[in-house]
Write a new protein. Sequence first.
Length: 72
Amino acid sequence: MTSHRPAREILADARFSARSELKRVPVARPGADPFIGQPALPGWLVDMDPPDHTRFRRLLAGQFTFRAAVRR
């Protein structure tokens, strides 16, 4: 388990990336993670790093409020 401070430091460190083509698994398991090591799908927000991730997150944030969800 990781405490709050080290987790925040890692998340803020530009040496770490969310991009799937940069991810590596410590132990290979055939078929377990098909996207690891491959470029992300276009527009795949979870595999973007700032500043692209930040820009898209700000554009989409209003669509994920409680009020927006209830309207649908």
